[in-house]
Design a binder for this molecule. Structure first.
Ligand code: XIL
Length: 579
């Protein structure tokens, strides 16, 4: 049977209608929730403290109560490509040196596509779908992979090569030798895609370039009609307390996401595009010795995000200038060498590179987007107690520490202060900030910077799970940090959840609700100056925690951008019980 499809067939192969109306309509009352005078016990439960609320303060306790409702989604899937390799020909061709041929071996049926003759990892099987894959649309790939010679396990990747020079992940799977393995995933095609090919390759297999087989490949276009109903806006709800932010990467701002972001958020953090590995321009750095102390930079990756933020009038948090991670080793080596053993530069040269890097990032953003970036994570994750440094600094995997020594932190803040516009706020940002050891070292570090007038705030990443940390610890750490009198921002909030049953979603909503009650009451008591809470992603599908092999559901919106119970938890809806 011949079965390959290479034109868009307007066949709707399935219609799934999901109706998730769980609640009634918005109540929209102005009754106070009145939970300002509570505190937390060890088990996260809340008890009355009897403390007076300050009548003179803005009465932010008079907030609206919203009833939970979940919206609807109608999903249509349209098959745009299919090949079971049972015919005599295929549109797949070899990528690079690889050859493809239809052979007699199969998961089901008789034949599959055999890929051999690879001379590099990226060699594999590819099909050009430039006509079929449309900008801003979502596609789902499904296929099977198999190999019989090589290491026991290999990662297979299906990717989209876009505009001949960009490689986007579509699906990944770990395959065991001799077992047909399913590979499935999804992608949203970015705007301005001129050419797009879908290809299969393998990950590193201990230096071996294995032959492999693929079979039963389908690519479907997913069209989701989402109706969220009338939902309140998080930024409106918290407008008298703090701004509410969301992190986005450049591929996460197609039009439907933009609308939701504009409605819900008044702060935006580029998820990856302002990190050194996104900004440093390797080719240019090595092109001329004049870049040796003045690294070449390129902002093409962050521009779409800054353009969107500017147009939508959403202030931006800059993340991040100095970090041990997502900063290439070659930034620290002599002649920017990529050689694994290349010697590291002197402290003096590295400080010049640091200063010029920070200067250029700030100058570029402040010149091209004046006033847009209101805060910077100047240094990220520099504390990791127990590695031998007397001040609890990260030692082992930090090239900043290795090359510059402990003073790299103060230097980074000094340079940031020197080049940042006067109203730009400078932050130290870290994770597990509620752990006692870490908290003490962070406080000490920040206090030192504060005494020198170099810092304005502390960023608490807050990647939570359902069990950790306890909200008691979150609460007391906010009070501890609050004592310094600096701004506090919750910069990367998510709540890892590995299952998506209704019960789990409700439990997550309850924990989000308790968390926001604590944050709100701490803010209202004046014990800490919390100025922003940012979620690390808009929806579960694109969360950094969510992997095809290990799904995770940490955010407020689901894969269809429908509000989850967690959303109503953050809005302190009375329909979400505390326990
Ligand atoms: C994460 C991004 O979300 C991922 O896309 C990337 O692969 C790794 O980094 N702490 C931080 C963020 O400060 O920059 C990290 O972001 C998450 C942990």
């Amino acid at each position: 049977m011949k079965k390959h499809t290479y034109r868009i067939y307007h066949i709707i192969i399935s219609i799934i209608f999901v109706s998730m109306i769980l609640g009634g309509c918005k109540k929209d009352t102005t009754d106070p929730i009145n939970e300002g005078n509570k505190t937390i016990e060890d088990d996260d439960s809340i008890v009355e403290t009897g403390e007076d609320t300050d009548e003179d303060k803005a009465d932010t306790s008079k907030i609206k109560e919203y009833a939970m409702h979940m919206g609807t989604v109608e999903v249509e899937e349209e098959l745009i490509y299919e090949d079971d390799f049972e015919g005599d020909s295929t549109l797949f061709t070899g990528r690079g040196a690889a050859k493809v041929e239809i052979v007699n071996k199969s998961k089901v049926g008789e034949k599959s596509l055999y890929v051999s003759g690879r001379t590099a990892l990226w060699n594999g099987a590819t099909v050009n779908l430039s006509e079929e894959l449309k900008d801003s649309e979502k596609y789902i790939v499904n296929g099977w992979v198999y190999y019989e010679v090589g290491p026991d396990q290999i990662q297979f990747d299906c990717k989209v090569e876009r505009n001949n020079n960009e490689y986007l992940s579509f699906a990944s799977a770990m395959a065991n030798k001799g077992e047909w393995t399913e590979i499935t995933g999804s992608i949203i095609i970015p705007e301005d895609t001129n050419t797009a090919s879908v290809y299969f390759e393998t990950g590193f297999a201990g230096g071996e370039l294995i032959d492999f087989y693929i079979d039963d490949v389908t690519i479907k276009h997913e069209i989701a009609k989402v109706d969220r109903g009338d939902i309140p806006s998080l930024k409106e709800f918290y407008k008298d307390l703090f701004s509410i932010g969301v992190a986005v990467t450049a591929s996460e701002i197609p039009p439907d996401r933009q609308d939701l972001i504009k409605q819900q958020f008044n702060s935006l953090t580029p998820g990856n595009e302002l990190k050194p590995d996104a900004v440093l321009d390797y080719a240019k750095c090595i092109s001329d010795p004049k870049y040796d102390d003045n690294p070449a930079v390129n902002f093409s990756r962050v521009e779409p995000i800054l353009e969107f933020a500017k147009e939508a009038n959403i202030p931006v948090r800059g993340h991040t200038l100095v970090w041990h991670s997502q900063t290439p080793r070659w930034f620290f080596t002599e002649g920017y060498s990529q050689d694994a053993n290349a010697p590291l530069v002197s402290k003096e040269l590295m400080l010049k590179r640091m200063e010029n890097y920070i200067r250029q990032v700030l100058e570029y953003t402040q010149t091209n987007y004046p006033g847009l970036i209101y805060a910077w994570d100047v240094v990220n994750e520099a504390i990791n107690p127990g590695e031998g440094d007397e001040n609890g600094l990260r030692v082992k995997d930090s090239l900043w520490y290795e090359v510059v020594g402990p003073e790299f932190i103060e230097k980074a803040f000094e340079y940031a202060r020197k080049y940042a516009d006067p109203d730009v706020k400078l932050f130290y940002n870290d994770y597990n900030t509620e752990e006692t050891g870490k908290l003490l070292y962070i406080k000490r570090l920040v206090k030192g910077l504060q005494d020198k007038g170099l810092i304005d705030g502390i960023g608490l990443q807050s990647h939570l799970t359902m069990d950790n940390p306890s909200l008691v610890d979150v609460n007391s750490s906010l009070l501890e940090y609050g004592e310094l009198g600096l701004e506090l921002q919750i910069t990367e909030l998510d709540m890892g959840l590995k299952s998506n049953t209704e019960e789990d979603f409700l439990n997550q909503a309850k924990r989000y609700k308790r968390l926001f009650m604590f944050i709100k009451s701490i803010h209202e008591s004046g014990a800490a100056n919390i100025t922003n809470v940012t979620f690390w992603g808009l929806s579960d599908d694109i969360s950094w925690l969510n992997k095809p092999s290990e799904p995770n559901y940490p955010l407020l919106f689901d894969n269809y951008l429908l509000q989850k119970p967690a959303f109503w938890g953050v809005l302190l809806s009375p329909d979400i019980p505390l326990y």
